[in-house]
Ligand binder design. Structure first.
Ligand SMILES: Cc1cc2nc3c(=O)[nH]c(=O)nc-3n(C[C@H](O)[C@H](O)[C@H](O)COP(=O)(O)O)c2cc1C
Length: 197
């Protein structure tokens, strides 16, 4: 059965009214409709309570990797990410990228020898997924150099995921009166992407 991994980074003071969550819901409901046989597995960053890697934890993880012990719990999130057929990540645009909970999650999935490895010409990805999509909403309008989007685009390449797509619902705090219109357009883009994903 095809597996879609949903990385739920919709950390929001708006709770269920989160604009980022609305994008994720639009994507996921369209995906489920058009892929009735697929399984959606969710990893909710807000409840994971992950710790950033400090030197002692890195030493421990490196020792396990050197021993080939990739079945150790410290690699659980990386194994889950590596095995997904398709991946969708969602997070609000915070401080020019995304919430720190997502950055720490990225530390956990970036496991040399499991999700990527080095060769003499550089980094090569080892993940199964053929597609990754990133959904985000921001107070400001989208710019070509918007970092959350660029970050996930480059992570896709690093992990060997050939196709990257994104939806950015921008300008939501710049033009509060236009929020319904801006969200309608972005949710429709998310639905279109989910349908054909
Ligand atoms: C802590 C925090 C940091 C933010 N940083 C930015 C930012 O750097 N750029 C921006 O355009 N909007 C920023 N915003 C605004 C949010 O991106 C915007 O309101 C977004 O729609 C929130 O999504 P939500 O409704 O899912 O919570 C920030 C909001 C918060 C709470």
């Amino acid at each position: 059965m095809e597996k879609l991994l949903f990385i739920d980074g919709c950390v929001s003071q708006r709770g269920p009214a989160s604009r980022t969550r609305a994008l994720a819901d639009a994507f996921l409901s369209a995906f489920r409709e058009s892929h009735p046989g697929a399984e959606v597995e969710t990893v909710r960053l807000e409840t994971l309570d992950l710790k950033p890697f400090l030197p002692a934890a890195l030493d421990g993880r490196d020792a396990l990797a050197s021993a080939g012990a990739f079945d150790a719990p410290v690699f659980a999130l990386a194994r889950q990410f590596r095995e997904a057929d398709k991946i969708v990540a969602a997070a609000p645009f915070w401080d020019l990228s995304f919430p720190a909970a997502m950055r720490i999650y990225i530390e956990h999935i970036s496991a040399n020898g499991l999700t990527y490895h080095y060769e003499s010409d550089g980094c090569h990805g080892d993940c199964r997924a053929k597609r990754l999509a990133y959904l985000t909403s921001g107070g400001d309008f989208e710019k070509p150099e918007s970092l959350g989007v660029l970050y996930w685009k480059q992570l896709s390449a690093m992990f060997g995921v050939p196709r990257f797509d994104y939806v950015f619902a921008g300008g939501l705090d710049a033009e509060p009166a236009r929020v319904p219109e801006l969200m309608r357009t972005a949710e429709e883009a998310a639905r279109r992407l989910g349908r054909e994903f």
